[in-house]
Design a protein around this ligand. Structure first.
Ligand SMILES: Cc1cc2nc3c(=O)[nH]c(=O)nc-3n(C[C@H](O)[C@H](O)[C@H](O)COP(=O)(O)OP(=O)(O)OC[C@H]3O[C@@H](n4cnc5c(N)ncnc54)[C@H](O)[C@@H]3O)c2cc1C
Length: 512
């Protein structure tokens, strides 16, 4: 057997935000026993971005992979369970002013056929109920502030994500990584020193000295200190599809009954998130600075939250939306905001972080090490993921039916549709089988057919009802009362978010 690829290699991670600590934990867990020597450097003077409080189910998979229990990490990070995201006021079509995008549920298998059947009929102009929420268990759970984990005797599972305090999660993951052998250096990196072949050789730090390494992981945030500034890997902006480049953030108090979904409400020049944590609600307004000034955005968010007279301070942020051309270049891997960012509408950033890190480690282990044999395939895959996520996000903007500001009008009329999204919309409007196209791989998407159907149906992206379509076109009708009763009975097996968060420390599972 050959030598393990990471054997005795010195890996230096720059950046101690969520991305840096996720990378550190994943690598020490996989390569620590092979003698990989991992150092994480972060500047005490350069803060982390400090936002990013919602996840997809990928974060649960990651925490399971590194063996961290919910009862251990959730309470100190003020974390809650997340069933999915509600989109409010993106569509103005009657009956479609809000819809829920659920994470996958095994129960939804039983309602998917009925849901897809009705969407197809509605696409042909037949007057049937074709809004997604009635067909979704977790939409109901979220309305009732119930969590995603069923009682023991219920044999079906839901995927779920989390809401958490980003700062606290970073610190928690840092403590875990340090306890498992990651060296932590608090220092500002001032220079990137290159070897004669162009690779990175070491990082100079502020008070003198340098940290040598065989491989470097750039988790330095939007600045991309290694991959962008030193190695000059080009950045591809997504601004022609995604206009938002700014955010303003304001916390509010938590109510007694904690919610179990993120709520995304469209405002005049973007959208506001509402993320329930145990001790507060995180709120932010993501908007386009081409249409709205920071002051106007803050005023609109304050009005929306009823905080006009409050002295709670707002934080303003800029976002760089797009991706690198390559995420692994020479002996450097970019992870997190340094590799790119798609605005947080579907909370996908940490999903991409985890996928990037694990895909990288698999490539190194399978394709011959850190030298770069698997680099091209790896970069293509990461770019594909970025683009698939982008297309799903762009769909929200293109399908909006608001006409109250130039921002929404220009989004709806944006001619720069990515080809895959154009194709999806065409398949949907011409009544073809979108589900089959995605499942067969003819359309590549990291989102499931159900997610696409929820989005398209949730916006009411249908033609006018056509009374001339004969009844013979649809001899069987879905019995909606039966669907309602099925979903209602399933929901009886789930407890409230508040109850779920009463962890039984002994078992490491939510309280029984
Ligand atoms: C408005 C907004 C909302 C978001 N919402 C979500 C969400 O809901 N879900 C989600 O998954 N993601 C979200 N994200 C993205 C998420 O915040 C980030 O992906 C995540 O926090 C990871 O950030 P990071 O670790 O890459 O960078 P950062 O948090 O910026 O960390 C950078 C680190 O690099 C260090 N550093 C930089 N330069 C140097 C230097 N020269 N020397 C030493 N150290 C240095 C800093 O000290 C810091 O530790 C959101 C982002 C924004 C902007």
């Amino acid at each position: 057997m050959g030598i393990a690829p990471a054997f005795n290699k010195r890996i230096v991670i720059l950046g101690g935000g969520t991305a840096g600590w996720i990378a550190a934990n994943a690598m020490i867990e996989r390569w620590g026993a092979q003698g990989a020597d991992i150092t994480l450097i972060e500047s005490p003077d350069i803060g982390t971005v400090g936002v990013g409080e919602g996840s997809t189910p990928r974060l649960k998979v990651f925490l399971d992979q590194i063996g961290v229990k919910e009862s251990e990490w959730m309470p100190p990070c003020n974390a809650t369970y997340k069933n999915g995201i509600s989109f409010v006021n993106w569509s103005t079509k009657p009956g479609f002013e809000r819809y829920f995008h659920p994470f996958a549920s095994q129960v939804d298998r039983f309602t998917t056929t009925a849901f897809f059947f009705n969407t197809l009929a509605r696409r042909r102009g037949i007057d049937v109920h074709a809004h997604p929420d009635r067909f979704s268990l977790t939409a109901r759970l979220s309305d009732n502030r119930q969590g995603p984990i069923p009682d023991e005797n219920f044999p079906f599972e839901n995927d779920y994500g989390y809401h958490f305090d980003a700062q606290l999660l970073g610190e928690y993951l840092g403590d875990i990584a340090k306890s498992r052998g990651v060296r932590h250096l608090q220092a500002r990196v001032t220079d990137v020193n290159r070897a004669p072949d162009g690779d990175i050789a070491s990082l100079s730090i502020e008070d003198g000295g340098a940290v040598d390494g065989d491989f470097f992981v750039d988790c330095s945030g939007f600045r991309g200190a290694l991959i962008q500034q030193a190695l000059q890997v080009p950045f591809r902006s997504f601004s022609e599809n995604l206009f938002n480049d700014s955010a303003v953030v304001l916390p509010t108090a938590q109510s007694d009954r904690i919610g179990s979904q993120t709520v995304s409400t469209a405002l005049k020049f973007g959208w506001a998130w509402e993320i329930p944590l145990t001790h507060r609600i995180g709120n932010g307004y993501v908007y386009s600075s081409a249409f709205c000034s920071p002051d106007d955005a803050e005023t609109e968010l304050r009005e929306f939250l009823g905080l006009q007279d409050s002295d709670v301070e707002a934080r303003h942020l800029r976002m760089k939306v797009g991706r690198l051309e390559s995420h692994w270049h020479r002996n450097c891997l970019a992870v997190g905001l340094s590799q790119g960012f798609i605005e947080p509408l579907e909370a996908t950033a940490l999903n991409i972080v985890c996928n990037t890190v694990y895909r990288f480690m698999e490539s190194v282990d399978a394709d011959g090490g850190l030298g770069g044999a698997g680099r091209k395939v790896f970069n293509d895959k990461v770019n594909e993921e970025f683009e698939a996520v982008r297309d799903y996000i762009v769909a929200h903007y293109v399908l909006n039916s608001r006409r109250d500001t130039a921002y929404w009008v220009q989004n709806a009329q944006n001619p720069n549709l990515p080809p895959m999204l154009r194709r999806i919309l065409e398949i949907w409007t011409t009544g073809h089988n979108l589900s089959q196209e995605i499942e067969s791989g003819r359309i590549r998407s990291s989102y499931t057919p159900r997610s696409w159907y929820c989005l398209l149906a949730g916006y009411g992206y249908y033609p006018e009802i056509n009374p001339a379509v004969p009844d013979s076109e649809m001899p069987d009708r879905i019995d909606l009362a039966e669907v309602d009763e099925f979903v209602r009975r399933c929901a009886l097996n789930f407890r409230s978010q508040n109850e779920l968060l009463q962890f039984s420390r002994a078992s490491g599972a939510p309280a029984a």
